[in-house]
Design a protein around this ligand. Structure first.
Ligand code: SF4
Length: 329
């Protein structure tokens, strides 16, 4: 693909391959718009349990408009407007909110809610549900708390091997939405090998946005000497993108903001790939490109990737359809 922009000057040239799709997914769009509409409808403050999405800039912008982020509903005055983040919440949080008389707006991504439903269905069928994911992640905590049964969390093949269950146990698996496709496949195979009576979703619960961003990184990795992934340190899908680039043999760094970029990374580098996690705004990609341009003349190439045309209906409390104005790529 021909460069779309080249900057003349004395600095050495740097090819910059921009992965597509990158950045905001439909669930993140929906969650941000939910907070904005709640503020417009109810006025400030509205309280958001947990970061609405895992990105400091997004949260700072909403904070400036009147959103207050809390980790625990005990921090929220009675009868407030409370929004649940895109990652979902355990049932006990829903019950706490109801008991405190809060007006709740649930911005749980519909793809996360679908995992909750799937897990409940498997429990109703009498199966031991195995949740593949990272135990401490807020989405996993929410999923565990949405099902009235003890689920087992596994994050690796070794953890599957160590499970203390008879091989005849009817099991089912569900997965966190933001895992590595390849790692998860290996874990699913290990579960199926240990437990012949295993059920799971036809396609993994890993969401379309996670899969598309991972594929886009893989496609570029062979052409670059360095990969920069724009995303927050606590963003699961962004961290997976770093791992995927690394697994493809490319040096890769997570870049939460332009200030995190280190010029030394460019030593000996002729081509850099850039992507962004599903919660990272395009404005941070722009900031990082400006930092790169301080050191090199940039030849930017937008890579064509899977086109995404998914939108989610907003929570009924704020009504309407999600706009596409923030979608990247
Ligand atoms: Fe939903 Fe996937 Fe976006 Fe998470 S990454 S908010 S599951 S679309």
């Amino acid at each position: 693909m021909a460069p779309i922009e080249a900057v003349e000057g004395a600095k050495p040239l740097l090819r910059v391959l921009l992965a597509n799709p990158r950045g905001f997914c439909a669930g993140v769009e929906r969650a941000i718009e939910t907070v904005e509409r709640a503020l417009a409808t109810h006025g400030a403050p509205v309280y958001v349990r947990h970061e609405i999405v895992h990105n400091a800039r997004v949260c700072d912008e909403l904070r400036a408009k009147g959103a207050i982020f809390v980790e625990d509903l005990s921090e929220v005055p009675e009868s407030s407007v409370v929004i649940f983040s895109a990652h979902g919440v355990p049932r006990r949080v829903e019950e706490e909110a109801e008991a405190a008389g809060h007006a709740v707006i649930d911005a749980t991504c519909p793809l996360v809610a679908r995992v909750h439903l799937g897990a409940r269905r498997y429990v109703a069928e009498g199966r031991q549900v195995i949740l593949i994911g990272h135990r401490e992640h807020v989405e996993v905590q929410g999923t565990l708390g949405q099902v009235d049964a003890d689920m087992i969390v596994v994050g690796s093949v070794d953890e599957v091997e160590a499970l203390d269950l008879p091989p005849s146990t009817p099991v089912a698996y569900v997965t966190q939405t933001t895992l590595s496709v390849g790692d998860t496949q290996g874990i699913i195979e290990a579960i199926r090998a240990r437990f012949p009576d295993t059920m799971g979703p036809e396609t993994r619960d890993i969401c379309y946005a996670t899969q598309n961003r991972q594929q886009a990184v893989r496609e570029i990795a062979g052409e670059v000497d360095l990969f920069l992934i724009i995303g927050a340190r606590n963003s699961s899908n962004s961290n997976r993108l770093v791992e995927i680039a690394t697994a493809e043999g490319v040096a890769a760094h997570l870049v939460p903001d332009a200030g995190s970029f280190e010029p030394a990374w460019l030593e000996g580098v002729h081509a850099v790939g850039i992507s962004a996690g599903a919660s990272a705004p395009e404005s941070i990609v722009d900031d990082v490109l400006k930092r790169l341009a301080e050191h090199r003349n940039l030849a930017l190439e937008q890579r064509e990737g899977m086109r995404e045309n998914i939108t989610f209906k907003l929570p009924r409390e704020v009504d309407g359809r999600v706009t596409r104005r923030r979608l990247a790529g």
